[in-house]
Design a protein around this ligand. Sequence first.
Ligand code: NDP
Length: 282
Amino acid sequence: MATIISGKALAAEVKSRVARDVEELRSQGVTPCLTVILVGDDPASRVYVNGKEKDCIECGIASRVLRLPAETTQDELLAHVRACNEDASVHGLLVQLPLPAHIDERAVIEAIAPEKDVDGFTPVNVGRLVIGEKCFAPCTPAGCMEMLRAAGVELTGKRAVVIGRSNIVGKPMALLLTAANTTVTVCHSRTKDLAAVCREADVLVAAIGRPRFVTADMVKPGAVVIDVGINRLETGKLCGDVDFDAVSEIASAITPVPGGVGLMTRAMLLVNTIEAARRTLA
Ligand code: NDP
């Protein structure tokens, strides 16, 4: 039976570390501040933004949320982003995605100052991640790496398979795993014989967006399985991309959903915000 890598326990640890870091920064005259810009009233985005606000307050990080109407124009939004870029009291800045259809998401992300880009989505941070320079790594894959570290998973020389090639999860996950000396294969909807590729993985990361897609026959006995997926079933219950019950019979370690990667994603945003604040002292 697999060990469960709990996001709940680990996120709590990370948050208490963040709270200590906030104290230290405050003693040096810096109050870390995260600003989130939310455009429109997408219910899921509202929930995510409220969660981010709550996390900040819990750790002593100043939280500002700029709630803008759905009709906000791209130029207006860009003006808000630029104002936050120039506001020295804002250390971390993110624009909650998705944006309304009339706004060009890439143009908005590219306007965020790289030194405040705590989501790690700007081309500058993505480029730094690719060439292995100090950067803000996107929170979800950074959270997965933290979970692997905390579980004591030895990565060097191991085979890793990432299912999913999105810019926010799959691709940066593959880069972080490569930097940690695993040999990585990235799979997607056009991959042939996906199950056979997955069975080669010592570390299998599922970031697909399909409930219980990864079944036990796709997992090598003893593999470590990281489930990034968050899917809402018709019953209203959340489930991951991995068939947890069956896979936990053969994996050596597995992350649960809920209570797994999602909580670590939230925690890593706080870590990145602290880092952004700390860099202003350098
Ligand atoms: P995207 O939809 O952007 O990407 C999904 C990826 O899965 C694509 O690369 C797609 O391939 C691939 N895929 C889809 N169907 C198949 C298939 N049948 N076989 C193989 N690959 C397939 O999703 P995200 O990366 O944004 O998110 C993935 C999941 O993670 C979602 O459930 C999302 O809710 C969750 N998520 C969770 C977070 C957390 O904090 N835990 C944070 C962010 C996301 P192709 O490129 O060919 O289309």
